[in-house]
Design a protein around this ligand. Structure first.
Ligand SMILES: Nc1ncnc2c1ncn2[C@@H]1O[C@H](COP(=O)(O)OP(=O)(O)OP(=O)(O)O)[C@@H](O)[C@H]1O
Length: 254
């Protein structure tokens, strides 16, 4: 069964079609990656899935139900979680406090009627578990503002996981990281995948990085869906090769 789907999804900004008639579906619990050169429309497509943008035409479906016009908050409640950017993180609170707020916000949404005296310690232990999962326990008491770049991305992932949504949209989780930081984040993503409880859609520039992780890879080019297939097929795809190897791929951001 597909959990997330789009049909003929398009958005135009002042004459430029950033996402052009994209139809795809993500089966439940699948790991799908989206690749494509700069400006291909990857982030715009994410914004359409999460509700930050509304399409010019076409629709988005969650478990077969049309959600095209729903707000990001409503979509999060229904199960679509988008990776936090540092703009959503309180810089002068500690790492642990930030994660705790995210855990509490989920509980506020879902369990407001079931408060009990153990709620606080539950929240705290869940927050510690999440920090352990993203390998950030040693920074629990650091202010978020003082984290290194890679550590900030781990905090964002912990906060996304705290919301416990069925679908995780991860926008270039390794962007701007040092070579030493990338394997750690990959390990975190592997760990989340191997729990087998989430559907994951991930945007990535570095094709080699996501070959092993992905059940399928979608290639966007000039807003259009160029291919959507198993990683091995994508590697063999001539159109993809020429898009990537024909000088159109912006190496310096890879
Ligand atoms: N709000 C906006 N207003 C006008 N143009 C926009 C807007 N958002 C995106 N675009 C344009 O849409 C196109 C797709 O941008 P988008 O950021 O989705 O690409 P991307 O594949 O995520 O690129 P990158 O890998 O560089 O992040 C670009 O040409 C961009 O300039």
């Amino acid at each position: 069964m597909s959990i997330l789907e789009t049909k003929n999804l398009s958005i135009t900004f002042g004459g430029h079609t950033a996402v052009d008639n994209v139809t795809f579906s993500v089966p439940d619990k699948e790991f799908k990656s989206i690749i494509g050169p700069n400006g291909a429309g990857k982030t715009t497509l994410f914004n359409l899935l999460s509700g930050q943008l509304k399409p010019s035409s076409g629709d988005v479906y969650l478990k077969g139900k049309k959600i095209t016009r729903l707000s990001p908050t409503k979509r999060a409640r229904l199960g679509i979680g988008r990776s936090f950017q540092m703009t959503n993180v309180f810089p002068n609170l500690t790492v642990l406090e930030n994660v705790r707020l995210a855990v509490q916000s989920k509980q506020g949404i879902r369990y407001v009627m079931h408060r009990n005296i153990n709620a606080f310690s539950d929240v705290l232990s869940e927050s510690h578990e999440l920090l352990k999962l993203v390998m950030l326990s040693n920074k629990a008491d650091s202010l978020a503002v003082n984290l290194a770049h890679g550590e900030k991305r781990k905090l964002e992932i912990a906060m996304l996981l705290a919301l416990d949504t069925e679908i995780l949209l991860l926008d270039e989780p390794t962007a701007g990281m040092s070579l030493e930081e990338v394997p750690q984040i990959l390990e975190v993503i592997h760990a989340i995948k191997s729990q087998g409880t989430k559907t994951i859609v991930l945007i990535e520039h570095k094709m080699d990085m996501i070959m092993d992780l992905s059940d399928s890879i979608m290639v966007l080019f000039n807003g259009r869906l160029l291919a959507d297939d198993h990683p091995k097929e994508i590697m063999k795809n001539e159109q993809v090769q020429s898009a990537y190897l024909g000088g159109l791929y912006d190496e310096h951001t890879a």
